[in-house]
Ligand binder design. Structure first.
Ligand code: NDP
Length: 295
């Protein structure tokens, strides 16, 4: 590979830790950005076992990497091993980006920023004054709820299989940002009405993700309304059954690819301090989308 020829004794390393990591598109994303910007950086992945997380982080500090990404299942656990975490990452309960500044490790969350940027870019709208229904109450859902509330959502109604997790997110947002979140169990008969009456519907569960592409997060739901915005955090497949059903009803649909790309772009900006030019971002995203969709 061409990249190997350019690695020298001065090349800096950024990496991803998680388990598994082999499926990740982050190396393709970050190594492409470095190539386009002419930065002497290389991005690699490390699969880390649960009982080795602390050791791995100490090792990354000792090796003086400039930063790293954290993915499933360590986004929450990593927080306690860092020197400082951004206020929003603490509200989200998850860190996906770590920057090393003179041996001190700083945690950030760019998943939510990536979500908001892709949402605004692809729909031309924000959350201010909007009624939002979100299915799911895991890590992605919590980050999105915090961000949507910060962006001014009028109401965020969380629907989840495990109601206690939805309640936890409601407490965090209502006590720290604004009293906007309500919650309902997925088996509650009112879920369909809540979805139907919302301006924006978000699927933040993993239901419908490859290989279970025939599943949708709300079974037998056919109450989409024309003009609703329907966002699915899933990016494989790029059009889930949920999005396909919404599209047939005249909804505007957005998949999770933009969120994925932008969380990486924002991470890169944190690590390097380089603001990526809009034109470069546009080219990068269209190149990556072609690669992704082509696969
Ligand atoms: P978590 O494991 O933290 O949460 C999973 C959520 O899905 C929970 O709400 C869970 O419900 C729900 N769920 C899972 N299986 C079922 C099921 N069979 N029936 C009903 N509900 C179910 O995962 P994350 O929040 O980290 O990720 C969720 C999705 O978001 C994944 O598909 C992931 O790939 C995607 N993602 C996309 C990103 C992007 O950049 N586009 C970034 C991060 C995540 P319960 O609480 O009841 O278990």
């Amino acid at each position: 590979m061409e990249i190997y020829k350019n690695i020298t004794g001065k090349t800096k390393v950024i990496c991803l830790i998680g388990n598994p990591v082999e499926h990740s598109i982050s190396p393709a994303l970050h190594n492409t950005i470095s190539k386009l910007l002419g930065m002497d950086l290389v991005y690699v992945t490390f699969r880390v076992e649960k009982n080795e997380l602390e050791t791995a982080i100490k090792g990354l500090r000792a090796l003086n990497v400039i930063g790293f990404n954290v993915t499933v299942p360590y986004k929450k656990d990593v927080i306690k091993y860092l020197d400082n975490n951004s206020k929003s990452s603490l509200l989200m309960g998850a860190v996906n980006v770590v920057k090393n500044i003179d041996g001190r490790l700083y945690g950030y969350n760019t998943d939510a920023d990536g979500f908001l940027r892709s949402f605004k870019e692809e729909t031309g709208e924000g959350f201010s004054g909007k009624r939002v229904a979100m299915i799911g109450a895991g890590g992605a859902a919590r980050a999105i709820a915090v961000k949507a509330a910060m962006d001014g959502a009028k109401e965020i109604h969380i629907i989840n299989r495990t109601i206690s997790k939805a309640e936890e997110i409601a407490e965090v947002v209502n006590n720290n940002i604004k009293k906007a979140v309500r919650f309902t169990g997925a088996d509650d008969g009112t879920a369909a009405d809540i979805l139907n009456q919302s301006d924006i519907i978000i699927n933040a569960t993993s239901v419908g993700m490859y290989p279970n592409t025939e599943e949708t997060p709300v079974t037998n739901f056919n109450g989409f309304r024309k003009g609703q915005i329907v966002y699915d955090v899933i990016y494989n497949p790029i059009k889930t059954k949920f999005l396909s059903d919404a599209e047939k009803s005249g909804c505007r649909i957005v998949n999770g690819l933009g969120m994925l790309f932008y969380q990486g772009i924002f991470a890169y900006e944190i690590w390097t301090g380089v603001k990526l030019p809009d034109a470069l971002i546009k080219n990068l995203i269209s190149e990556l989308k072609n690669d992704f969709i082509g696969n």
